[in-house]
Structures are given as structure tokens and as C-alpha cells.
Design a protein around this ligand. Sequence first.
Ligand SMILES: C[S@@+](CC[C@H](N)C(=O)[O-])C[C@H]1O[C@@H](n2cnc3c(N)ncnc32)[C@H](O)[C@@H]1O
Length: 295
Amino acid sequence: MLASSTVTSSTVTPVALAPRPFLKWAGGKRRLLTQYEDYFPQRIDRYYEPFLGGGAVFFHLYPRLTTATIADANPELINVYDCLKNQVDQVIAQLDQHRQHHSEDHYYQVRNQSKTSLTPAQRAARLIYLNRTCYNGLYRENAQGRFNVPMGRYKRPMICNAELLRAVARSLNQVEVRLASFQDSSASAQPGDFVYFDPPYHPLSATSNFTAYSRYPFGAEQQIALRDVFADLAKRGVQVMLSNSDCQFIRQLYADFELHTITACRSINSKAQRRGKITEVLVTANLPSRPQQTT
Ligand SMILES: C[S@@+](CC[C@H](N)C(=O)[O-])C[C@H]1O[C@@H](n2cnc3c(N)ncnc32)[C@H](O)[C@@H]1O
């Protein structure tokens, strides 16, 4: 799917670039997709992803989907997907301006801009620009809702990949993009549909609580509310899958469901020695219970 052209004897036929994540997002699932693949359903009537983030699973499944609802509670993030869907040329034009002016001064000037003074397309380009150039690609807002990550040290950051953004825009054609909490965005799922939940992970210890993707915290209460939504969907025959950290609290919450152990590499941690292999859990209901055999 990554090929950009097909060469025949006399012509070069362009092949559309496959859409893929265009933001660096904490908790991105790209590296886990091969382990998830065995549990994905054979048939998906409608796909729901209530904790979208960078959308690694959505883009991975995209070739198999006919229709989908993707959602997140982060308004800046959802504005980006909305604008790519509806006004991709304006976003690209704005982002190209950032590419041309990129410097330390420009970064901090853009970081300090008030979001309310910008058009939706300018806000979308601002988030993509900051995301591509900030330290570690980490989306973090302070209590006032201001993006507060310092500039990263990249020699030549890819700020404006217009071809990829157009591919993403095309992939969103038949897709409903929602600013919503997980309760609302998955409520209408039916048997035959597939819902994948990738919430902020429950902390493994009191000091490892990386749950602040935005100003909205996701504590034990929200984990319990999410389990209730999961259980309700499962009871109604919806195909459901959920990722979370491998800890006793999560294993107990989902004790009534199939739990699979996944091996992951911790990638966002400022201390290099803390980057290593850890396990995570994948919870499933109404899905293949063990890895499917290929014949
Ligand atoms: C682990 S990230 C998702 C990562 C994504 N799967 C990827 O591959 O990039 C969790 C996401 O949940 C969103 N979120 C936090 N609280 C939420 C809520 N109550 N309802 C919906 N989304 C929420 C955050 O904004 C964040 O984008």
C-alpha cells in the first residue's frame, strides 16, 4: 500500500498513497498491530473508535471498512480530523506557511497563539505543526488549556506532507468524526459492528500516571465507567476490543472477559533506562478467542 506509482511498459500510473497516522500521539498503537491482528473480526459492519488519538488502528483497518465513527474528547485533535475531512487544502496552505517560517522563534510564537483568535483550519495547521516539531511529539496542555511542550531538536522535521494529508482526507469521506466522550460515541453500536477502545492507560504505579493527554483526567472512576460501557456492548452482541495497562486493577475489572497478554515497548519516557519491554492487556468480547491459524 505504500507504493506511489506503478510502472507499465509505456505509462506511469499514479497509485494513491495509503492513509496512515500523520500525528505522533502518545499511546500510538502502530507497533502492536501485528499482535492485534489475530483478534480483529472477520466482518465489520460499522467500525467505532472512541479514543482516536493518532488513529493507528483506524488507518490499519481502513481498507476493510465501509463506514465508521471516530471520536475523541480532545477538541483540538477532533478539529484537525474535521478540517482534513472538509477543508484539506486550507490546512495544507497554512501548514506550508509554518514549514517556510520554521525556526525556534516561530515555534514559540505559534505555541503562544491564542486558539480562539484562529480559524479552524489555522488551528488544525497549528496543532500539526507543533506536533511535528515539539519535543517527543507529546500533546500536553496546562490547566489553562495551553499547549506547553518545548521545541524538539529535529534537523529536518517533516512538517507538511501534503500527499499524506490528502490521503487522510479521502479516507475520512464516509466517516463520521465526533467530539464526544466514549459513552456517547459508542452508544449506537449494533451486533456486527466493531468497537475498539484505547483509553488513557491506568497507571502502573503512583509515579507513572501518564494519563494527562489533555486537561481531562482519566482516573479509576472513568476506567470503571468504561468497563460498564464495554460490558453493555458485549452483552448486546457487539464485537469489542480494549487495550490497557497490565495491572491487577485492570485484570480484575475485566475478569469476566477474554484477556490476552501483549508485549509492548515503552516509548514515551524521559528516562532512557525506563524504555524497555512491558506487557499490556487486550480485552475482547464476541471476537476470535485465540490467534487464528492461516492455512
Ligand atoms: C491512548 S490515546 C489513543 C491512542 C490511539 N489509539 C493511537 O493509536 O494514537 C487516548 C485518547 O483518549 C482521549 N480521551 C481521554 N479521555 C477521553 C474520554 N473521556 N472520551 C473520549 N476520549 C478521551 C485522549 O484525548 C487521547 O487521544
